[in-house]
Design a protein around this ligand. Structure first.
Ligand SMILES: [Zn+2]
Length: 174
């Protein structure tokens, strides 16, 4: 077999491969908007759950620091320095969580508008399970009360606290 025939076979097989795979590419580009949104949301949900864990971790550390200080394990001059670092970290994490929640909400809003438009126009059976699941997950995490600071004395409180462990003020509406 000479080099010319080899090149010809190569060219034919490349062309055949292209023709065979073309419908697949066309189909996947039709689906890409849905898949992209789902992937984008999944990524943001993951980031959000990481931030939630980070927030819990910071609040736990803050509580430990306050306990250690109360037990005189941490010198008076060290305590405010360490506390302010953790409070700033907590504030930043809470801000990041808020921003991410706003982003996720606006994506979900845009998507549901698109979905409504699409189903009205073509009555197309677009699979909404993934989206509905994400919306339900958002509602669940929204309704969960998060840890925070006592509005009276500014000490760290847990979501389960009804009264502030430091000053005794009522911190829960329930
Ligand atoms: Zn308090």
């Amino acid at each position: 077999m000479d080099i010319g025939s080899l090149l010809l076979i190569l060219a034919i097989s490349l062309l055949a491969g292209f023709v065979v795979s073309r419908p697949f590419f066309a189909e996947s580009s039709d689906k890409s908007t849905d898949e992209e949104i789902t992937e984008l949301l999944a990524g943001k949900e993951l980031k959000l759950s990481n931030l939630m864990s980070e927030k819990e971790r910071i609040f736990t550390t803050l509580q430990e620091l306050e306990t250690d200080h109360a037990l005189k394990k941490i010198p008076d001059e060290e305590f405010p320095k360490q506390r302010v670092v953790l409070v700033h970290a907590a504030a930043k994490t809470l801000r990041d969580i808020d921003e991410l929640e706003v982003e996720i909400k606006s994506i979900l809003k845009e998507t549901s508008v698109q979905k409504k438009g699409a189903s009205l126009a073509a009555n197309a059976g677009i699979p909404n399970e993934v989206l509905e699941e994400l919306i339900a997950a958002r509602r669940r995490s929204r309704s969960e009360k998060s840890a925070g600071f006592c509005p009276h004395c500014g000490k760290v409180i847990q979501s389960s606290d009804v009264f502030c462990p430091a000053c005794g003020s009522r911190v829960s509406a329930s």
